[in-house]
Design a protein around this ligand. Structure first.
Ligand code: UDX
Ligand code: UDX
Length: 452
């Protein structure tokens, strides 16, 4: 029986490869590029569109403009197989495709709401370029009821009075494992208004083995904001407990382990540290707070989540101050700049707050990150010395500060680190090491919510 099922699945994959859908993905950022490439990988013909000509040129040569494990080989493979194309010509891509993904950025505005101008602009361009029925899929993270606005825009700027279906298909791609998250997701969520659109999406995702959830558009949009806000709440929860651990001598690692073994809680997203960063959680929590407020249902819980997250960064800075006494003139080695490991993304990285503090205190900062140096330089400028190895960062430094938990740091030669540091002080924002072992090695080790 099992064999038959897998044979049937293979046949269905072959069929999709043969009959692959014609898809355009507009916006080739962290989300659009992974989405487009992976849709090509599962057999569709995909045109990725971006208004940035430099990005398009690089991609046409098979060079990924971002660091995302496993992505570049898939781009190259699917370019070669002619299932993947890159262009700046949006109207042509729209005309050539049946399913159009909107995957442009939705950055936060000063009032916390996301800026939807790119989504609106692309929807309008689609309406003006289309010549027949299209399924327009929103992949960008947007507030509930945006689908309705996209639909109104498509209708308003539609010279040929064409028929469109609007779909919400939120992304759940973690940077650093986005390719696997796309190809082996926990679930695929599509919000639709009718069975016709649901069927198109079902066929598009047929090769992906995962629960396929069909909802109305508003619910799909809410699933995204609610999921990310819930995960952010888990992180803030554990960070608040970590503070209590510090005040009582309890160990957050043990507390999180004991909590996480309860299936109803689960072990994930219970790592205490310097709080969440990145392009999604901070923006999505702010957006959800703003939407709830606007709808007349203030979400006070999320305001606390946000406050605890800001506090986590500030508490870490306080730890640095306490451990170093005077920061001015000291040499500080910093390990990790990206907002999380396995990415070069610096958007809303906790490292920015920490580095700005160190620089404002006139410390000499020597930083190492395996991938994010270039992007960090754009943000932090030339005042930081960037080095090529973790050991160069700690040589003759008065302290090592750990900001991102790259695997390379977990495996570092700590004896060597000890011998290179001028003072064996490590202030660890990611709880990489066992405090007892660090003590044995002769370090003064300050972590988050762990016994001294
Ligand atoms: C995505 C989402 O879509 C966002 O809603 C989600 O919350 C996070 O992930 P991301 O892929 O990170 O955004 O954005 P970014 O890396 O900035 O890429 C956006 C791309 O869209 C850029 O390459 C930009 O040039 C392109 N773009 C933007 C267009 O091609 N046309 C536009 O009108 C606007
Ligand atoms: C997130 C969502 O997880 C993903 O589904 C998608 O919607 C995009 O946004 P991403 O921001 O790439 O993914 O990374 P994620 O692994 O969720 O981490 C977000 C932040 O939380 C990072 O700064 C990370 O360091 C922090 N984090 C995560 C913790 O501080 N503790 C944890 O236990 C887990």
């Amino acid at each position: 029986m099992k064999r038959k099922t897998s044979k049937a699945r293979q046949a269905s994959r072959r069929a999709v490869r043969r009959e692959g859908k014609r898809v355009a993905v507009i916006g080739t950022g962290y989300v659009g590029l992974v989405t487009g490439t992976c849709l090509a990988e599962i057999g569709h013909h995909v045109i990725c569109v971006d208004r940035n000509p430099d990005k398009v040129k690089k991609l046409q040569k098979g060079i990924s403009p971002i660091y995302e494990p496993g992505l570049e080989p898939l781009i190259k493979k699917n370019l070669k197989a002619k299932r993947l194309e890159f262009t700046g010509d949006l109207p042509a891509a729209v005309k050539a495709s049946d399913i159009l993904f909107i995957a442009v950025n939705t950055p936060p505005r000063p009032d916390g709401k996301p800026d939807l101008s790119h989504v609106a602009h692309v929807a309008r361009q689609i309406a003006e370029s289309a010549e027949n029925y299209k399924v327009v899929v929103d992949k960008s993270t947007v507030p509930v009821q945006t689908g309705q606005k996209v639909k109104e825009t498509l209708k308003a700027y539609n010279p040929h009075r064409l028929d469109f279906d609007v779909v919400s298909n939120p992304e759940f791609l973690r940077e650093g494992s986005a390719v696997m998250d796309f190809l082996k997701p926990d679930r695929v969520v599509v919000g639709v208004e009718n069975e016709r659109a649901a069927q198109v999406m079902r066929e598009l995702y047929r090769p992906i083995r995962a629960p396929f959830i069909v909802t109305d558009i508003n619910s799909a949009e809410l699933i995204k904001h609610a999921s990310n806000s819930f995960l952010a709440a888990k992180i803030s929860f554990i960070n608040a407990v970590a503070e209590i651990c510090e005040r009582t001598g309890a160990d957050i690692a043990e507390v999180a382990r004991g909590m996480g073994l309860d299936e109803r809680i689960g072990p994930h997203f219970l790592r205490a540290g310097i709080g969440y960063g990145g392009s999604c959680f901070p923006k999505d929590v702010s957006a959800f707070i703003a939407i709830a407020e606007e709808l007349g249902s203030p979400f006070d819980l999320l305001k606390a989540v946000q406050r605890i997250n800001d506090d986590a960064r500030q508490r870490f800075i306080k730890k640095i101050e306490e451990a170093l006494w005077v920061v001015k003139g000291k040499t500080i080695g910093v390990w990790g700049l990206a907002f999380k490991p396995n990415t070069d993304d610096m958007r809303n990285a906790p490292s920015i707050t920490i580095m700005e503090y160190l620089l404002s205190e006139e410390a000499r900062v020597r930083a190492y990150d395996p991938q994010a140096t270039e992007k960090a330089r754009e943000i932090l400028g030339g005042k930081v010395e960037y080095v090529d190895t973790p050991y160069a960062a700690v040589k003759d430094a008065d302290a090592l500060i750990i900001v991102t938990e790259w695997e390379e740091f977990q495996k570092a030669n700590l004896k060597k680190v000890h011998s290179l540091l001028r003072q064996p002080l490590i202030i660890d924002g990611r709880n990489l090491y066992d405090p007892a072992e660090m003590k044995r090695l002769g370090f003064i080790y300050r972590a988050v919510g762990r016994p001294r």
